[in-house]
Design a protein around this ligand. Structure first.
Ligand SMILES: Cc1cc2nc3c(=O)[nH]c(=O)nc-3n(C[C@H](O)[C@H](O)[C@H](O)COP(=O)(O)OP(=O)(O)OC[C@H]3O[C@@H](n4cnc5c(N)ncnc54)[C@H](O)[C@@H]3O)c2cc1C
Length: 280
């Protein structure tokens, strides 16, 4: 039963105090996942450690070749931040599909990764952008692949007290298309999603990264489809072949939100729509 919360404002303060806290402690950022889970599952937690205002987790900064986004940056911020808009267009584009405005104002990118849902919009955008994860345990940083952190639905490889400090996204010249099938325009509930980040020269994709959501146990990095489309002249035949490849690369299931057949079909249609948006 959760009956207490503490809040820290810097990583220094957090690492100085954390080992003195209840052994059943757990992080909270926006609370949009953990507060709901708390109602349905026994989280074996009696203390929430609020990291939402830790200053190092709320930074967006650029270097010559990459952008760092702190894990506690709120989803609604992606629309307001010019560095994100310029260099990580997938995050900018995902906002309109992400839950409702009230959830976007509290939900964070770090929480989205750690919740590890197959329909996580932030993760979908990060994967297609080529992001890596900065982990931090007691002050020691480690850089990881996103799929070293996500090890299954709602499961991560994070150790006790290990924190997602943020994400490093390489700067590369590209545009992004983010598509999501939802029963209603807001509230976010996803049947399937697709994100394509690409750099088109003439009629050729020079660099392309494709990710898909709600069509497997976790967000999927569609490497085979991306490889297939790289350096190809975009014709109807190539688009049809790419649709066949992505259909085999995903593994959707039937559940209360949709059927596996529909999800497979809509993912292929989304790929076609995304390619057409780049080419037009
Ligand atoms: C009505 C509703 C609609 C939603 N719609 C969408 C949607 O459209 N798309 C979507 O992707 N998601 C959606 N969600 C899910 C949720 O809003 C997101 O996953 C959100 O990004 C979670 O972030 P948070 O800060 O609220 O996480 P929290 O609930 O604070 O935390 C989630 C988990 O992550 C851990 N955690 C948080 N931050 C860190 C960190 N930096 N390091 C280590 N561990 C951490 C917590 O301990 C907890 O286990 C929705 C949720 C609700 C309630």
């Amino acid at each position: 039963m959760i009956n207490e919360a503490v809040k820290y404002y810097s990583l220094n303060e957090l690492w100085k105090n954390i080992k003195k806290l209840s052994p059943k402690r757990r992080y909270i950022a926006g609370g949009s996942d953990i507060v709901i889970s708390h109602h349905y599952d026994d989280l074996n937690t009696d203390l929430l450690v609020d990291i939402s205002d830790i200053k190092e987790l709320n930074i967006v900064k650029e270097t010559s070749d990459s952008v760092f986004i702190g894990a506690a940056v709120k989803i609604s911020e992606f629309k307001k931040n010019n560095i994100i808009k310029r260099y990580i267009p997938a995050l900018y584009e995902c906002v309109d599909y992400y839950a409702s405005p009230s959830v976007r104002n509290i939900a964070t990118l770090g929480g989205n990764l750690v919740n590890s849902s197959p329909c996580a919009d932030g993760v979908l955008a990060l994967v297609a952008s080529g992001a890596r994860v900065v982990r931090n345990l007691y002050g020691k940083q480690k850089l990881s692949d996103i799929f070293d952190v996500i090890i299954g639905p709602k499961k991560t490889s994070l150790k006790k007290d290990e924190l997602i400090e943020g994400f490093i996204v390489p700067k590369w010249e590209h545009r992004a298309v983010f598509l999501k099938m939802m029963p209603r325009k807001i509230f976010g509930i996803s049947k399937a999603g697709l994100c394509v980040c690409a750099n088109l020269k003439g009629n050729l994709f020079k660099d392309i990264r494709i990710s898909a959501s709600s069509v497997g146990p976790a967000v999927i990095d569609c490497k085979k489809t991306s490889r297939f489309l790289t350096d190809k002249d975009i014709t109807n035949d190539i688009i049809n072949k790419a649709k066949d490849i992505i259909s085999c690369e995903i593994s959707p299931i039937d559940d209360h939100r949709s059927t596996a057949d529909y999800r497979r079909e809509i993912t292929a249609v989304f790929l076609q729509r995304a390619i057409e948006k780049f080419v037009v």
